[in-house]
Ligand binder design. Structure first.
Ligand code: BJ8
Length: 428
């Protein structure tokens, strides 16, 4: 890393020593997990580059934006509408929440039975190792699960710029009204932060950029229907993770480029694993960078992940926002319509998610599902029981796993995953 970055990190208030240690661990994990994969498409070079510069060049770009008067908004959830943020010339970035860090400090603020994702967000903040949180002008917390909701009360004492957005828990008329009211309030807050009034032309542009980004990711997902799969689940997850960090227009171009390459691969019948490899759909909690544990275990057990029913996957990216309306209010209605379809397990009841899982199994020709639940994540762990019953009634095999960010249970998980993959191969 260049000296420029060190100055930049220092100015952001990062703990340089701790940050160096973090980058070393991450760099090694990336080498071991990503760079040992065989037959990766050339287009993944771009995403490798983004990852290698995720705390470097990308932060430099964001700092340059700030210098030019633009604002940075950080978020932990796919319910924060990027369309509104872009309409005010600001940038939306995901905040670090995918690895354990500074856990002794975290234990002073959160109960032990808190999910790894929330603990990680606190660890990166308390350990002063997340340049995104330090560069953000506004951090958006959303009232989704109880863990996050209460954790934001504590986070509010640790950061100066937390904005809390309420999120409905039922797909009712009242629930939709609440989301609309909260998105209007968020639009006003973004306008106040940036000093920019969001008119319909700006909002349309924001919608167009985000729709294009989602269209590119949909194009990529559909290519994963092919057998043999042209892309590993690990690489697909990486692309889904980069979705939250990169410049949206550049990201869209890069995803479309890799799609062009994958189309050629498919024509030639080339894939990352042999045609007979078991095809797995992952469903459940999101996997923030650098949480690559489960797909790594699955794919090093001889199976291939063909889809993610997750917020770092299709739950987060499916459905476009209708941009045909002409007034700000109508466009805001379209944004609400689009986000109200997100079927996070915080909703009760949540039949859409089950339908989507079944639909994904068919679309991606999955042989089975691995449900990924983070320990202490009540919404997804609870829902996994009813999902399992419904899925197994349809004769689709499902394995329910519960884990955290540590690597201590890797061998235990591997044993269960291998047995599941064997079962799937047997049924083919
Ligand atoms: S829309 S999935 S990104 S809330 S793992 S913190 S649910 S206890 S992350 Fe999520 Fe938005 Fe929903 Fe998606 Fe709570 Fe569970 Fe932890 Fe979780």
């Amino acid at each position: 890393m260049s000296e420029d970055y060190r100055d930049m990190w220092k100015n952001l208030g990062l703990d340089l020593e701790a940050h160096d240690a973090l980058l070393e661990v991450l760099g090694n994990a990336y080498q071991d997990i990503y760079m040992t994969q065989q037959d990766r498409p050339e287009g993944m070079g771009y995403f490798d580059f983004v990852m290698s510069e995720v705390h470097g060049l990308r932060i430099k770009e964001l700092m340059d934006k700030k210098e030019a008067g633009q604002k940075i908004i950080g978020s932990f959830c796919v319910f924060v509408p990027e369309e509104i943020v872009l309409a005010a010339d600001a940038a939306l970035v995901g905040l670090c929440a995918g690895a354990d860090f500074a856990m002794e400090e975290v234990d002073k603020f959160l109960p032990r039975n808190t999910c790894s994702l929330i603990k990680s967000a606190f660890g990166f903040n308390l350990g002063k190792v997340c340049p995104y949180i330090e560069s953000a002008d506004m951090i958006v917390g959303e009232n989704t699960c109880d863990g996050k909701k209460k954790a934001y009360e504590t986070l509010n004492n640790l950061v100066p710029n937390l904005y809390v957005m309420d999120i409905p828990q039922m797909k009712s008329i009242e629930g939709r009204d609440l989301l609309k009211a909260e998105y209007m309030r968020f639009k006003n807050a973004v306008e106040e932060l940036t000093g920019i009034t969001i008119d319909s032309a700006r909002l349309k542009k924001g919608i167009e950029i985000v729709n294009n980004k989602r269209k590119a990711v949909h194009r990529l997902s559909i290519l994963r229907k092919a057998n043999p799969a042209p892309l590993s689940g690990l690489d697909a997850l990486l692309i889904n993770q980069v979705f939250f960090y990169d410049d949206p227009i550049r990201f869209t171009d890069s995803v479309n480029k890799i799609c062009d390459e994958l189309e050629k691969r498919i024509e030639k019948g080339e894939g990352v694993l042999p045609k007979g490899a078991a095809r797995i759909l992952i469903s459940g909690c999101p996997m923030a960078v650098p949480n690559w544990k489960l797909p790594w275990i699955i794919e090093s057990s001889g199976a291939v992940v063909v889809g993610e029913e997750s917020c770092t996957g299709e739950r987060g990216t499916r459905n476009l926002t209708d941009d045909s309306a002409s007034t700000v209010d109508e466009l805001m209605e379209s944004i609400v319509d689009r986000y109200f379809k997100v079927d996070c397990a915080i909703f009760t009841p949540n039949p859409d998610r089950l339908n989507h899982i079944e639909e994904m199994v068919k679309t991606y020709k999955a042989d089975g599902i691995i449900h990924y639940g983070l320990q202490f994540c009540q919404p997804y762990l609870m829902e996994s029981m009813s999902v399992e019953k419904a899925i197994e009634a349809k004769n689709i095999p499902m394995l329910r796993l519960e884990t955290d960010y540590s690597m201590e249970d890797v061998e235990q998980l591997r044993t269960r995953v291998e047995a599941f993959v064997e079962l799937l191969s047997f049924r083919r």
